[in-house]
Design a protein around this ligand. Sequence first.
Ligand SMILES: [Fe+2]
Length: 381
Amino acid sequence: MISCLSLSSYSFCEKIALKKYRRCVKWGCIKRPQVVSGAKKDGFGLRVFVLSDLHTDYPENMAWVRSLSTKRHDKDVLLVAGDVAEMYDNFILTMSLLKERFDYVFFVPGNHDLWCRWETEDFDSLEKLNKLLDACKQLGVETNPAVIDGLGIIPLFSWYHESFDREDDIVGIRIPSLDMACKDFHACKWPGNLSNRDSSLALYFDSMNEKNQNTVKRIQSTCSQIITFSHFVPRQELCPEKRMLFYPNLPKIIGSDWLEDRIRSIHGVESSSFACHVFGHTHFCWDAVVDGIRYVQAPLAYPRERKRRMNGGTLSISQMSDAATNRSFVRVSDQEMASCAWFRCNRSKSDSSLQVCNGLTRTEILRACSHNEHVLEAWDV
Ligand SMILES: [Fe+2]
């Protein structure tokens, strides 16, 4: 779950092709990534560990952080790519524990870090962001660009926007709305004209990086190796295709084009001996090169996700209701990235309406739903 990047001898056979990338983006073309081998185990020099989506509001995840060695990483760097905890107190505890274990800890905020629904104090998400950044400063956790042993490390603020999604939508099935699927729409509180429903948040967070431009330029001129990192996703190729997703509209709430532009402006246009960007948010483990930059995600993720991944997958079921349409849905999945289906609850239909759907057999669906009082009708089979 925690990933170590080898800095000593990694090199790319591909050159960065910015012009090509921009042309592809303009035309809506999506290029799937080249998967690369993991970090070299015999690397020497500075060790950089990366981690995202700790979600330590779950006691199991907080216990995992506590279980990290207090001695093994005293000369190491840790990049925390957002979603540490929803509760402010859990955030402080987690970052304190990490700072006790790693010599250098860097952080960028994720969406869950800015949720306000359970906080005792009355503040909005931007006020909470400032509180988190102040707390990091007091704990010695870095949130600004810095150079460690000649390695440039650049945290990048970001947020997602719906127009980041350029893949054709899945048609023929009913998919729950973004409001229903994404708690950010209810758990974040934004002041003024900022909203999850347009590009305003993506632009606002991207502009927060401007204050560091002079430091970034200095790092570019003095460091041959640079790692950038963000919570959100810079390219849609870093997410599985929609037909493979548990929630096919996921690409609408994960990434930012401005983030990728900023990453390209830092890592250079033509070539780089080392160009790496670390991200989080989707909870998919990732390590791939796209247009000359290595992109890495190493999420701790939710306890239930780890359990599903480690036992090979069991059918799970959960129920949600969409206030906007006054409908109920049940979702059934076998693994995080494998077969899944959405169902509309319908008490009046007989179970004979169930059919094979998205690779799940009728028996599998019935078994998964046996504890549910509703009889289900498949959306589209
Ligand atoms: Fe997230």
